[in-house]
Design a protein around this ligand. Structure first.
Ligand SMILES: Cc1cc2nc3c(=O)[nH]c(=O)nc-3n(C[C@H](O)[C@H](O)[C@H](O)COP(=O)(O)OP(=O)(O)OC[C@H]3O[C@@H](n4cnc5c(N)ncnc54)[C@H](O)[C@@H]3O)c2cc1C
Ligand SMILES: *[C@@H]1O[C@H](CO)[C@@H](O)[C@H](O)[C@H]1NC(C)=O
Ligand SMILES: *[C@@H]1O[C@H](CO)[C@@H](O)[C@H](O)[C@H]1NC(C)=O
Length: 434
């Protein structure tokens, strides 16, 4: 089999950009192969989940084989390409945290509170001070141990790491571009096929109104939650999720907020505005003294046609900040100010599992690489029941940042060698739907 001459990748999220990188660095890649990445955003690559997600990567994600390969590839890329400097790569501990917030009336967030002695903070009768939360790590100093009920490590040290997803994705695209991959801003409207094989794509450039056609003998559909707009049979639904980025005070020692990713179950007491509730933010400290926090998904606004039109509901972001700044769970010294309020859409495969990776049967050259979901909290998410349960924990994991390099390597082999040998691509296969 000879490699395709014109490869078009639809979507410059992490899957599209990382696939472009792996194709351009494959031994069978040459100047005879033209690769074009088409992206609908007028801003640039990684404007959706790939730029706004948490960035946790785990050897223990799902599907198992793909996750293992992807983790090994993440480590290799970080080592060979200075991921620590270029995309904030580092190892991180990860744990499930359970605890309770204080009553707002008990909060004094002024300077005197910062000095509050540990023993004084135990006076709150609604949350009596626990003697010592079992397993609470000694260096998790930015979390109030007195408000902690339990901390459970989710994986052995060394099996979890993180990247800054926007930096990783854009770096992959930049390295692909250096090998000749072309990046074009335009929204793909039709995937053309004839007599059982793809022939090209049509797109509307971001600065134009006229449809442009480019030929293709291979199309890689990596449009994340938008993929069904081009191949409607794909069972992909999506849910919006808000996140904020907090910048810690610059006076802090760079390592003061130790690298622990926390999947929280935080019980908040009744306030004048709402009843007692349990909330489940996820907290990822990052290098550069920032902390990324993301909250529950919502289905209030359907996916807009273009990533640039994703609406950010300010109240959802403010609520995340309130949980952090008013619950007393986070040590005030670790929190500075909110520097980013954002939202993105988390794709999921409505029939369960994911991602969906492989060639569409009957249409030679059409490869699907999408349906990379996120961590799913089983007890509070509407899509939760569809996912495999992580042993002992309430979290299921099939995610795009973690699984991007393995997916990209598999797709590069499929496209340039005709078959994938680095990993067995588990179900679901596109053949099940298209
Ligand atoms: C809040 C949140 C936190 C998350 N945290 C993590 C985490 O910690 N770890 C992890 O592994 N995963 C995480 N995820 C999941 C991860 O972000 C996604 O699985 C991943 O980003 C999906 O990448 P993608 O490239 O498939 O899709 P996207 O990032 O959505 O990219 C698709 C791209 O295709 C473009 N596109 C769409 N339609 C067209 C068209 N017609 N023409 C041209 N371009 C088009 C879009 O504009 C977009 O840029 C999280 C997700 C969310 C929402
Ligand atoms: C850290 O800050 C530097 C300087 O602003 C920036 O170049 C780099 O991309 C940042 N890294 C991360 C992981 O945020
Ligand atoms: C293939 O082309 C036909 C029309 O020629 C179209 O109806 C069909 O949707 C196309 N298939 C895909 C997967 O794009």
């Amino acid at each position: 089999m000879s490699p395709p001459a014109n490869i078009v990748i639809v979507g410059a999220g992490i899957i599209g950009c990382t696939t472009a990188y792996y194709l351009a660095h494959h031994p069978l890649f040459s100047s005879a192969v033209k690769i074009t990445v088409l992206e609908a955003s007028r801003v640039g690559p990684a404007q959706g989940a790939s730029g706004k997600s948490g960035g946790l990567i785990a050897k223990w994600a799902y599907p198992k084989e793909l996750a293992k390969l992807s983790y090994a590839e993440h480590l290799r890329l970080a080592k060979e390409l200075d991921g620590a400097k270029n995309w904030g790569f580092r190892q991180i501990e990860v744990g499930e945290w359970e605890g309770r917030g204080r009553r707002p009336g008990d909060l004094r967030l002024d300077e005197s509170d910062l000095r509050l002695d540990e023993s004084e903070s135990s006076d709150d009768e609604e949350c009596p001070r626990r003697s010592k939360a079992s397993g609470f790590p000694a260096d998790l100093t930015w979390i109030n141990e007195a408000l902690t009920d339990s901390y459970t490590p989710m994986a052995p040290s060394g099996d979890t790491a993180q990247v800054h997803p926007y930096l990783f994705t854009t770096h992959m695209l930049k390295l692909a571009a250096e090998k000749g991959v072309e990046f074009v801003k335009g929204r793909v409207t039709v995937l053309d096929n004839d007599s059982g094989h793809v022939t090209g794509v049509r797109y509307i450039p971001v600065d134009g109104t006229e449809e442009v056609h480019i030929p293709a003998d291979c199309i890689i559909l990596a449009a994340g939650p938008w993929s069904p707009s081009l191949v409607p049979a794909l069972p992909i639904t999506s849910m919006r999720a808000h996140s904020i980025v907090i910048k810690s005070p610059s006076s802090l020692h760079p390592n003061a907020v130790t690298p622990y990713a926390l999947f929280m179950s935080l019980s908040l007491p009744k306030t004048p505005r709402h009843g007692a509730q349990m909330v489940t933010p996820e907290i990822y400290p990052r290098p550069n003294q920032t902390i990324y926090v993301y909250g529950p998904g919502d289905t209030r606004t359907p996916l807009p046609p273009i990533v640039d039109d994703v609406e950010v509901d300010k109240a959802s972001c403010e609520q995340l900040w309130e949980w952090m700044s008013e619950s007393g769970v986070f040590e005030r010294w670790a929190l500075g100010e909110v520097v980013r309020e954002q939202a993105c859409y988390l794709p999921s495969v409505s029939t369960g599992g994911g991602p969906i990776v492989g060639e569409v049967p009957g249409i030679k050259g059409l490869v699907v690489a999408t349906g990379h979901t996120s961590w799913v909290r089983l007890f509070n998410s509407p899509v939760a029941l569809l996912f495999t349960r992580f042993p002992h924990l309430d979290i299921a994991i099939h995610q795009g940042i973690s699984n991007a390099p393995g997916t990209a390597k598999a797709v590069s082999e499929l496209v340039l060698e005709g078959k994938t040998s680095c990993v067995k691509l588990d179900r679901p296969h596109p053949a099940e739907f298209v």
